[in-house]
Design a protein around this ligand. Structure first.
Ligand SMILES: *Cc1c(COP(=O)(O)O)cnc(C)c1O
Length: 456
């Protein structure tokens, strides 16, 4: 085994490597954690520390680490055909096979797929595609896309514009034109005196109001995550999605489900759209599509849209050099086959997801946790100073940062979004490992509480 000199690696990293979503000053002071290996649901760093990865990398390693079949398939594909493009009426086998496999597992109206390299560029494709769809039908002004505050749709210009992250909009002059944002269905923080039902309806009907304000013939599409992930695992009330379906249908607004996190089993079905009965016209896929083993994203498109593209003709002037990359597609296909053949989603739904949710709820008993919520293998813990008033420790997400550090010290990866701890384990996590997660999380919460009380 290779030995790593952490200090040296940190120095080189600080000198040469510009990290994403990073405070560069803080990073220089502390140095990076260097991850060197992974197996099952555990990752290892250059000092030999082991961590239970309750974040599936970054919401993506759904089948877990160490599946050598995916390495095999990548090797074989590289030997056979490492690269060819899909421009100019060309295709290669893995992309065709993957597109077919996706049509099989997706909701019935979805039968065609456009490939890219990530969730972000997928959402760029969504913006261009839905606007193009209306343009070729003579509705050039139908170009407004409605999204939600605190949504996450990626980090490209269009992705960050669709997203509703204030900190991202504040940098670089975003959002781009003709993107609108409405309020999110975040009951714990914004529910006020409303019942869950009243709130769900109100937040869905905010879409109808906005459509009427900007005029229905200007609205091309509405985009949303079935469950907001990076926004803090925000689960809409049960009546939210049915009402959104109704509104989109009524005003002929295309419904785009960003399935980048919810797709590929995260909520106990293949897609979040299955779990919530979302009648989507477009779905963005990435992350779990390859379980993170290759960089690949995709946009699935309903028959209603492809029928228009097929009948109108003309070129949709959009694509990437690596659209339908054969190695990425071959790996994603194998990933889907593994999920299907080993019935990983069904087994998680039947055997472990409820148990996971019961353990997440139990973490809600901790004095530091104001609310514990979740669906499938997604969980969120709201850290508060006072459970009754929902008072936070500070407004800067300081408690989340403290808790994340405590988790790491204890060998657990749990991410913080402000003061929300988010949890997203690989679908293969066992009951015993869920118990292990629970005990590490509880101990980390205890230590966080002690540290925060001293700081107060
Ligand atoms: C991660 C994410 C994206 C962006 O995907 P990248 O592969 O990071 O570009 C888009 N939408 C959602 C819902 C995501 O969670």
């Amino acid at each position: 085994m290779r030995t790593y000199h952490t200090a040296q690696l940190r120095e080189l990293d600080a000198k040469h490597y510009m990290h994403p979503f990073t405070d560069h000053k803080g990073m220089r002071e502390n140095g990076a954690r260097i991850i060197t290996g992974a197996e099952n649901i555990y990752i290892y760093d250059s000092d030999g520390n082991k961590y239970l990865d309750a974040m599936s990398g970054l919401w993506c390693v759904n089948i877990g680490y160490g599946r050598t079949e995916l390495a095999e398939v990548a090797k074989l594909q590289m030997e056979q055909l490492p690269y060819y493009n899909s421009f100019f009426q060309t295709a290669q086998l893995p992309a065709v096979e993957l597109a077919e496999a996706l049509a099989e597992i997706a909701p019935t109206q979805m039968n065609r797929t456009f490939f890219g390299c990530s969730g972000s560029d997928g959402n760029d494709t969504v913006v261009r595609l839905v606007r193009y769809f209306w343009e070729i039908q003579g509705q050039e002004n139908r170009n407004i896309i409605i999204s939600r505050n605190n949504a996450y749709h990626g980090s490209t210009m269009a992705g960050a514009s669709l997203g509703g992250m204030k900190a991202m909009h504040a940098q670089g002059g975003l959002p781009i034109a003709n993107i609108e944002h409405i309020d999110q269905p975040y009951f714990y923080a914004e529910g006020g005196d409303l019942s869950l039902e009243e709130f769900g309806l109100q937040r869905a009907q905010a879409l109808e109001q906005r459509i009427l304000e900007v005029r229905p013939d200007r609205v091309a599409a509405f985009i949303a995550e079935p469950i907001q992930g990076a926004g803090g695992v925000i689960i809409p009330p049960d009546n939210y999605w049915p009402e959104i379906n109704r509104i989109c249908k009524k005003y002929d607004v295309l419904l785009c489900a960003d399935e980048v996190i919810c797709g590929f089993g995260r909520t106990g079905e293949w897609f979040g759209s299955d779990t919530f009965n979302i009648e989507a016209d477009v779905m963005t896929l990435a992350k779990g599509l390859s379980s993170g083993y290759q960089t690949i994203g995709a946009v699935m498109v309903a028959d209603k849209i492809t029928a228009v593209l097929d009948s109108k003709g003309g070129e949709f002037a959009h694509g990437y050099t690596y659209s339908g990359h054969p190695v990425a597609c071959a790996v994603a296909l194998r990933n889907i086959q593994i999920l299907r053949d080993e019935q990983i989603i069904e087994r998680a739904r039947d055997n472990t997801m409820d148990y996971f949710q019961s353990r997440v709820s139990a973490l809600g008993e901790h004095p530091l946790v104001g609310e514990a919520r979740g669906t499938g293998f997604l969980g969120g813990l709201e850290l508060v100073a006072d459970k009754d008033t929902k008072q936070k420790f500070d407004e800067d997400g300081g408690a989340g940062t403290v808790c994340r550090k405590m988790c790491l010290n204890n060998g657990l990866v749990m991410r913080s979004v402000g003061d929300i701890m988010v949890i997203c384990p690989p679908l293969i996590i066992t009951r015993e490992q869920i118990d292990e997660f629970y005990h590490l999380a509880w101990a980390s919460l205890d230590q966080s509480l002690a540290s925060l009380k001293i700081a107060e």
